[in-house]
Write a protein that binds this ligand. Structure first.
Ligand code: PHE
Length: 350
């Protein structure tokens, strides 16, 4: 057996992130095992739930490395939790591949840390251009989760591009992940009279913010980033999230055969449509196994070099090529919510 560790938020405030990512990862691993495994061995995926809680990722990753002796680690979805565990992987020379952490700082931790998704510098610019060109707004309020490195970074990249392109930030408001009452911030936002509100946070808070904004009579467009991607956004926000927009990594509506084949297999197994985390979780496993094959060994330094050399590996979210900073470059998709369903608006390439 080749042991691979995975840490994910299977429960807690970002539970759908971990569940989707885990399902996508399992789908890839089971397929690889069914086709004979890698280096003549089967893969054993050892998954631990970090409960969406700070402090857990570090404990779990230490356990995966010392108790389970995993040869590499897949995770986390959320940038804050990847940033917590990455230094431990780095110190132990155990390669870590984040499927979907978009904050640039994650792979800056060290040369054993990789990702298979785009960065928030790209995502922030995509959203700024979308606000300017599609929403046609010039005056935007930003409402940031100051506890989340993802939210803080994405807010910053959005503002930089939006202002450089001639836009104005009417006001900035803050909250802490886990908050439930946003009336104070929304009252201040209403007074600032923006043309749209950018909410670079995760789905639980984004859904509540939308609900409370509409109750306060705020009718301007709301938009966010990939942190909104969850069926829970619609469950929590209901009709308040109708007509909102967010950017993400892939769309199950894409007619490409690779995507449609993945959607079909995922539905058959999980009775659900795969979201972006499922697609990226799947691709993170493909990248790792491809590297193990090319390295011909699971030894840390050689495996690291092989992951770093990943080139044009075809996956569900596009082709993965690791650049010199161990980051991938992938297109973004803008999604809107219509009749409670996610609908693709456009794809934006790098
Ligand atoms: N990009 C987010 C982060 O870095 C996590 C995320 C990825 C959320 C993909 C949804 C979809 O924190």
């Amino acid at each position: 057996m080749i042991k691979i560790g995975e840490y994910a938020s299977l429960t807690g405030t970002e539970a759908t992130f971990g569940q989707s990512s885990h399902n996508g990862t399992m789908l890839a691993v089971d397929e690889i095992n069914a086709a004979g495994g890698v280096l003549g061995k089967k893969i054993q995926l050892i998954t631990e739930d970090d409960q969406s809680k700070a402090g857990e990722p570090a404990t779990i990753v230490r356990k995966l490395i010392s108790r389970d002796q995993v040869i590499a680690i897949l995770g986390e979805v959320a940038s804050g939790r990847s940033l917590e565990a990455a230094p431990i992987c780095q110190q132990n020379k155990i390669p870590m591949i984040s499927p979907s952490s978009t904050n640039p700082g994650v792979t800056e931790v060290g040369d054993y840390i990789f990702r298979v998704c785009f960065l928030d510098s790209f995502q922030g610019a995509v959203l700024a251009r979308f606000a300017k060109n599609t929403l046609k707004v010039k005056n935007v309020v930003v409402l940031t989760d100051v506890r989340s490195p993802y939210s803080v970074g994405l807010a910053q990249y959005f503002k930089e591009r939006f202002v450089a392109d001639g836009g104005t930030i009417a006001a900035e408001q803050k909250y802490n992940g886990g908050d439930k009452d946003f009336n104070a911030q929304l009252t201040a936002i209403k007074a600032a009279n923006p043309e749209a509100i950018f909410i670079p946070g995760y789905y639980t808070e984004a859904g509540l913010i939308a609900l409370q904004a509409r109750r306060l009579g705020i009718i301007v467009p709301l938009f966010g980033g990939d942190g909104w991607e969850s069926p829970k956004l619609v469950e929590i926000g209901g009709s308040a999230v109708e007509g909102t927009y967010y950017s993400t990594h892939y769309s199950p509506e894409d007619p490409s055969p690779v995507i449609q084949n993945f959607v079909k297999k995922y539905r058959a197994r999980f009775n659900d449509t795969p979201d972006a985390m499922a697609a990226l979780g799947h691709d993170s496993a493909l990248v790792l196994v491809d590297a193990i094959k090319r390295a011909g060994t699971t030894e840390g330094p050689k495996l690291r070099d092989a992951i770093a050399a990943t080139k044009d590996l075809e996956g569900v979210t596009g082709r993965t090529t690791m650049d010199a900073k161990r980051d991938a470059s992938k297109p973004a998709v803008i999604v809107t919510i219509k009749n409670g369903q996610f609908k693709k608006v456009e794809t934006i390439s790098q």
